[in-house]
Write a new protein. Structure first.
Ligand code: CAA
Length: 282
């Protein structure tokens, strides 16, 4: 496996492209928008510079990594010779289903189609393709170059061969893959999102303030970020969307999103990306 196409050049997509390119895969980074692709290359270069400054990467390795990435605005061209495609587009089911139909049409028949979805059903995505056994979840964590986990999600039809290939491939990126089954929220977000939601309820009910809640969790549980800061970092709209998947998928009120979260998203306070969430970023 040598040629990897990554769909979507946002935070996750550029991080995934960065890591594959750093480990000598040829990466085609695909987005409909050339400006977004140019911005992604700048972000990758900035993040490579951090690694060079830290001494974990040489300047030569940085240059090779950048040379390993080509950009495309047309899916059919970008995936034509891919062995693996990792989709990291916006977390919207209709968009993902459309992309996977296109991938099934244009990618080589032997290619594995992976999604970086944080909570959309892999089985449902696979159902719009003619190669369900080759569709799998490859859920990286943000920031991708730093976080060691890849949550590998087996859809209902995913074959052992596809799973083994993706487990090995993740190790070649110096990540630790963990195999899980395809149920709402998989494992990462099934456990993380109720914690974040509970932190928001704790604020909403006036038990404590933002600083106090985050400090309890940071210093008390040794989390690198408190849950409210982490929610800002992930995006409050993304947190809300994942909670809705859990709530709908299990039909259990314990996953009901906190009204404060719903209000903040409706008001456009989405966290770091909008300049304000539980904290201000401007
Ligand atoms: N690329 C490369 N290196 C990066 C980087 C990037 N994008 N971002 C940070 N780094 C490096 C820095 O260079 C730094 O390296 P050194 O410590 O060796 O100098 C290190 O990471 C730490 O960065 P900072 O010093 O800037 O800041 P920090 O110490 O506060 O750490 C953090 C930042 C790594 C993000 C840390 O706060 C953290 O681990 N936070 C929690 C992240 C987390 O939980 N992610 C999962 C989110 S959930 C998700 O992604 C999935 C989902 O479905 C919602």
């Amino acid at each position: 496996m040598k040629n990897v196409a990554v769909i979507g050049s946002g935070t996750m997509g550029n991080g995934i492209a960065h890591v594959f390119a750093q480990f000598n895969y040829q990466v085609n980074l695909i987005d409909i928008n050339q400006t977004a692709l140019d911005q992604a290359l700048k972000t990758i270069e900035k993040n490579l510079d951090r690694q060079v400054a830290k001494g974990t990467l040489t300047d030569h390795q940085k240059q090779v990594t950048l040379q390993n990435i080509s950009t495309f605005t047309v899916i059919s061209e970008g995936v034509a010779t891919a062995d693996l495609i990792v989709e990291a587009a916006t977390e919207n089911i209709d968009l993902k289903l459309k992309i996977f139909k296109d991938l099934d049409l244009h990618a080589p028949k032997s290619a594995i189609l992976a999604s970086n979805t944080s909570s959309i059903s892999i089985t449902q995505i696979a159902a719009v393709t003619s190669r369900g056994e080759k569709v799998i979840g490859m859920h990286f964590m943000n920031p991708v170059p730093v976080m060691k986990l890849v949550e590998v999600i087996r859809g209902y039809q995913t074959s052992n061969e596809t799973t083994d290939t993706i487990m090995e491939l993740s190790k070649s990126l110096e990540k630790t893959p963990v195999e899980v089954n395809d149920y709402p929220g998989f494992v990462a977000n099934r456990i993380l999102m109720p914690m974040i939601n509970e932190a928001i309820y704790t604020l909403y009910e006036g038990v404590a303030g933002v600083y106090e809640i985050d400090t309890v969790m940071k210093l008390g549980m040794a989390h690198p970020m408190g849950p409210l800061q982490l929610a800002d970092f992930i995006g409050l709209d993304v947190c809300l969307a994942i909670l809705k998947v859990l709530h709908d998928g299990f039909g259990n009120s314990k996953y009901a999103p906190c009204p404060l979260l719903i209000n903040m998203v409706a008001a456009g306070r989405k966290g770091v990306k909008s300049g304000e969430g539980f904290y201000r970023y401007t």
